[in-house]
Design a protein. Structure first.
Length: 202
């Protein structure tokens, strides 16, 4: 684990400046850009570069959920492991994957997740967020922080990551627990907040 963390910061140092120069991106609402504690960053997915650009602005280690097909190629699998990616099958999430994610959050480690599941050109392409995010938050009492890329990252085109206010999902609890029936409502709440973030800049 220590060696992987060393490799992570080694790669982070190597890619930090190139990413900042080639994909200039500014973070809006930095006060909400929490990188410590039991928090899930829910971010829109516009390109394969999203997690790397997002994590380049963080100075603490953040795990990220990624599709398991990325592990099909040995070199890419190595990179995924080093950056703290957790493989997930979107069709059928394995129990081991759920345990891994819950373990990360229960140990007060932040998690980056793209709740749309696949890359989208806009939030309008998404009918509803996948409920995995809601389940992870509900079972660990994690705070959800919505964030959006203003546009798809393009070389040398200025971009923004707009970060919203933390969402306390405890309001959905009944008798101290959040029932599964509330997962859809939580997902809708997060999606609404993500839309609001984009609407502010239109």
């Amino acid at each position: 684990m220590k060696f992987k963390r060393f490799l992570y910061w080694f790669y982070w140092t190597l890619t930090y400046l190139p990413l900042r120069l080639i994909y200039p991106t500014w973070v809006v609402n930095k006060k909400n850009f929490r990188t410590k504690g039991r928090v899930i960053f829910a971010v829109n997915h516009t390109s394969a570069l999203d997690p790397f650009i997002f994590k380049s602005h963080q100075h603490n280690f953040t795990y990220v959920v990624a599709k398991d097909s990325l592990w099909n190629k040995k070199f890419v699998a190595h990179i995924m492991d080093v950056v703290g990616a957790i493989p997930v099958n979107r069709e059928e999430v394995a129990v081991s994957t759920i345990k891994t994610v819950l373990g990360v959050l229960n140990s007060d480690q932040p998690l980056l997740i793209f709740p749309e599941g696949t890359r989208k050109t806009s939030l309008d392409d998404t009918k509803a967020l996948k409920n995995g995010m809601s389940m992870f938050a509900a079972k660990t009492n994690a705070t959800i922080v919505p964030a959006v890329f203003l546009r798809k990252p393009r070389p040398f085109v200025p971009n923004k990551i707009i970060v919203g206010s933390p969402i306390d999902i405890s309001v959905y609890a009944e008798n101290g627990k959040i029932p599964k029936e509330k997962y859809d409502q939580i997902s809708d709440h997060v999606l609404d907040e993500m839309h609001k973030l984009l609407d502010r800049k239109k």
